[in-house]
Design a protein around this ligand. Structure first.
Ligand SMILES: CC(C)(COP(=O)(O)OP(=O)(O)OC[C@H]1O[C@@H](n2cnc3c(N)ncnc32)[C@H](O)[C@@H]1OP(=O)(O)O)[C@@H](O)C(=O)NCCC(=O)NCCS
Length: 180
């Protein structure tokens, strides 16, 4: 398990799946804002890769996020779009509603940076998020990510086009203890 100050990132366990499906992926608003595509219901027992990772898929590393204190599941985190030629990847995360606003998101980004830069030897990490997602923007910026651009009206979200912000962080810019 990868450890931050408050959270751990570990493999997906069978018990995580119904909790993630009902508390995270059944939420139409959260799914529409976070997935970059239309929300669809996930059938119980489905092998949807958001719930049941394919360990042979080299371009994506999915984690379950747990509280270090007690091990309760609080969300998901993913390193995706791993490009071993350009040594870059994207990061994504989603916390269960009851776990938001307690500093966990900032800590998850810190742990994903450690995994990307130290464990995987990547040179660049990128995040895309809606321009009104203050919690995601702050979680990234607290870890040193800088806003590199705005993709105007790039996301169709529940009846309107919204802007997305692209943030990037390079390995030499990263300060591991920035959020400690
Ligand atoms: C986005 C998300 C991962 C952030 O994690 P979090 O644990 O809620 O965020 P933190 O508690 O670490 O807070 C980070 C910063 O955002 C601020 N913040 C938190 N919730 C906020 C809110 N609802 N509105 C405005 N600011 C907020 C905090 O005050 C903190 O600011 P600071 O660094 O200036 O002190 C989490 O809220 C989440 O899972 N949201 C739903 C899914 C989602 O949006 N995923 C990202 C898709 S790209």
């Amino acid at each position: 398990m990868l450890r931050g100050g408050k959270v751990g990132l570990r493999a997906r366990h069978e018990d995580d799946i119904p909790i993630l499906r009902t508390e995270l992926y059944d939420d139409v608003v959260n799914g529409s804002r976070a997935e970059g595509g239309p929300w669809r219901p996930i059938t119980p027992g489905s092998k949807d890769p958001r719930l049941v990772p394919d360990d042979k898929e080299q371009g994506v590393v999915p984690f379950s996020v747990v509280e270090l204190n007690g091990g309760t599941l609080v969300g998901t985190a993913t390193l995706w779009g791993i490009d071993t030629h350009n040594r870059s990847a994207h990061i994504g995360l989603g916390l269960l509603p009851g776990a938001r606003g307690q500093g966990y998101g900032t800590d998850v980004v810190a742990v994903l940076c450690h995994y990307g830069f130290i464990v995987r030897g990547l040179q660049r990490l990128q995040i895309e998020t809606l321009s009104d997602n203050t919690a995601m923007l702050r979680s990234a910026e607290r870890n040193g990510f800088v806003r590199e651009g705005v993709l105007r009206s790039s996301a169709w979200v529940l009846g309107e086009f919204l802007d997305e912000v692209v943030l990037g962080l390079l390995a030499h810019e990263w300060k591991p203890d920035a959020t400690a």
